[in-house]
Design a protein around this ligand. Sequence first.
Ligand code: GLY
Length: 376
Amino acid sequence: MQNLRIVVSIPGEADYDVRIGQEVLAGLGEQLRACPATAKASQVLVITDANVERLYLPQAMEALRNAGYEAANLVVPAGEDSKSLDVAGEVWNAMASVGLTRDSVVVALGGGVVGDLAGFTASTFMRGIPVVQAPTTLLSMVDSSVGGKTAVNLEAGKNMVGTFCQPAYVCADISTLNTLDEREWTCGLAEAAKSAVIDSDEFFFWMTDQAQDLFARKPEAVAEVVKRCVVFKAGVVAEDKTESKGVRECLNYGHTLAHAIETLAGYGTFSHGAAVAEGMRFAAYLSERLIGAEPDFVQAQSALLNALGLPYLDWTADPHDILVAMKHDKKARAGKVRFVLMRDVGAWDLVAVDDADVLDALAGYFSQTADERGRA
Ligand code: GLY
């Protein structure tokens, strides 16, 4: 299988490459020597977590040293708790003690937590040094490694402190996905399905055709879906880099209910993607009620999610509790909950919905889909 290369062009930023394929991690050092922002660096700090350390850190370190980089590494505990100001402080101190300078490079080797933490600390250390994303989860390949959002969490909420800082390069080695368990795999597929629904009929029907191969992790299908998601996301970010023009918000499709589910069920009870898939189903139901989406669209999306191994969640809650959780979401505005709704595949609107309509729709949705829950 040939490697795929995509050039991400965002106004006001240096272009960067995303390389997707099998075994691309083994060429990381050479790729950095070919990247203008990292070619002349002498020092690289690889930040990873304790799970990825044992699987892929030796390969990354060897690739960097073979290309003549002085490579050090820092391993943080695996899990969302590492996205904290305490751990960020440890990372900054480690950057200083290994002697990173303005022309050093940070490599984020891991999933979304490592990517966000490494991106945040690199973008603030000495007012910003380049970061390279080397995602090792499907979720981070199709979403967080591209687009430049970095953050840590506060007690007040997730991703409360962060920066917009585009990576210098993204190395997406799909062989690293073989070690993901099924929960993590379908988690990434949910975000990919979200991109397909927002993007176009072409992407949506391609994904529907390829659903079995994607579920079975066939390398050609996997590389292609990562490529399609990166191209889609790069296009959205190019239009609205800092989520200030009402475009990047489309990436929040399915996330309004998903964030409430994660809060009410407890983070980690369901994968993020499983919660997003449920949120997409609810958003499609709401779209039919409020903005005239056709039942065919709702059914086609549901069939895609089922085929990707994302059934209805075996979960319900009191609509009032869900509404309160939605209103605590940092993306809520002026008291009303805002949803990304779909008129059809590829046609989205941002809609502020009255509380009474949200409550009514949640009750209707849970009652209409009750038979589907718990079938997985
Ligand atoms: N993950 C959504 C965004 O990057 O805007």
